[in-house]
Ligand binder design. Structure first.
Ligand SMILES: Cc1cc2nc3c(=O)[nH]c(=O)nc-3n(C[C@H](O)[C@H](O)[C@H](O)COP(=O)(O)O)c2cc1C
Ligand SMILES: O=C(O)C(=O)c1ccccc1
Length: 356
């Protein structure tokens, strides 16, 4: 396999069409979904010359978690729909690559098992945990405790989902439940008391439109781990994130799956990076498919990027090996683009190297 697009084609051949649609699809007319990729394609790079190095160092440290490259595994749900080994395969591949995996709260494998699998490969894997804060805070706290006990190093609160986006492909395919035997394992044991343990429904996770900054303060009071916010697009919200003591932000439109017609993340990154002014790490996800996309995001102010669908395609196409290949392909592609831009380290890239 040579490109992410080839991995996607291989994944598509293997997957149940309804499951492929779930992974690939976006909200409504999928305008944002497409724009995430085309916005990168519209940007032009201006390389610097005569200041490179034979050896690049791609490593970064994000909120205390070292990563061998500034390319992270974004949280995506239901990996066992993509491959029987599911999140275990993804976690082993991420640990082998030495990069951070943000485990989805909607994983089909328990966080304890994911952490154990990662530890088979690396002694101190970089696992972060994504949370949808549930209106029942006691219930949310129980999940936080489980994730902490499993050894995660940060929490990433997704804030772009006050309600779930309308994915018309899922409606068309009537994809609303996980197949028999698959469960949202991180809600299972705790959820039994609450809802009879039926955690195979795709919408079992409660999206809470009532969330506000006080809930973020509440979470910060409940954990010593860094708390990031994922899914903001407005510069004022980035300023508020700094004001409210959030540890980091992820500029994200949920891969075009929530509100359709929001801009591509790369197009709002400059104003958000300016609003934050280096006060905290800025991550970005959405549409990263090439090393040049990573270069553009870092040049415009991101400290690292996340990849969602590419990891799912690798997983569906080849399990753990497929995810490893995907991550190594992105690493090599980024390393080459960085070298061609005259950089030795991710931090060498600057906004003047990107042009519309
Ligand atoms: C199939 C799928 C499931 C996702 N599940 C979650 C999730 O459970 N939690 C979350 O915060 N984001 C979720 N996301 C959004 C991703 O974290 C990320 O923002 C997005 O995939 C980035 O875009 P990309 O797929 O173009 O890389 C999901 C995305 C996809 C494609
Ligand atoms: O599909 C998604 O994008 C997603 O974030 C999600 C939300 C709730 C349950 C499962 C997945």
């Amino acid at each position: 396999m040579r490109t992410i697009a080839e991995f996607e084609a291989a994944a598509r051949e293997r997957l149940d069409p309804a499951h492929y649609d779930y992974f690939a699809g976006g909200a409504q007319d999928e305008i944002t979904l497409r724009e995430n990729e085309t916005a990168f394609q519209k940007l032009r790079l201006i390389p610097r010359v005569l200041r490179g190095s034979d050896k690049r160092d791609l490593s970064v440290t994000l909120l205390g978690t070292p990563s061998s490259m500034p390319i992270l595994v974004a949280p995506t749900a239901f990996h066992r729909l993509a491959h029987p080994d599911g999140e275990l395969a993804t976690a082993r591949a991420a640990a082998r690559a030495g990069t951070i995996m943000i485990v989805s709260m909607a994983a089909t494998t328990a966080i304890e098992d994911i952490a154990a699998a990662a530890r088979e490969v690396a002694p101190d894997p970089g696992l972060w945990f994504q949370l949808y804060l549930q209106p029942d805070l006691e219930f949310t706290e129980a999940i936080v405790r489980r994730a902490e006990a499993a050894g995660v190093k940060a929490f990433v609160v997704t804030v772009d989902s006050p309600v779930l986006g309308r994915r018309e492909r899922d409606d068309r395919n009537a994809f609303h439940d996980l197949p028999p035997g698959l469960f949202v394992e991180n809600l299972r044991n705790i959820g039994e008391n609450r809802s009879g343990g039926n955690t195979s429904h795709v919408r079992e996770i409660v999206m809470s439109a009532g969330l506000n900054w006080d809930h973020i303060a509440w979470l910060r009071s409940k954990t010593k781990l860094p708390v990031l916010i994922k899914g903001l697009l407005h510069a004022e919200d980035a300023r508020l994130a700094v004001h409210h003591g959030v540890a980091g932000i992820v500029v994200s439109n949920h891969g075009g799956r929530q509100l359709d017609t929001v801009p591509a993340t790369i197009d709002v990154l400059p104003e958000i990076a300016a609003a934050v002014g280096g006060a905290l790490p800025v991550l970005l996800d959405g549409g990263i498919r090439r090393g040049t996309d990573v270069v553009k995001a870092l040049a415009l102010g991101a400290d690292a990027v996340g990849v969602g669908r590419p990891v799912v395609w690798g997983l569906a196409a080849g399990g753990r090996e497929g995810v490893s290949e995907t991550l190594e392909m992105l690493r090599a592609d980024f390393d080459q683009a960085l070298a061609l831009c005259g950089g030795r380290h991710p931090a060498d890239l600057t906004p003047d190297q990107v042009r519309r």
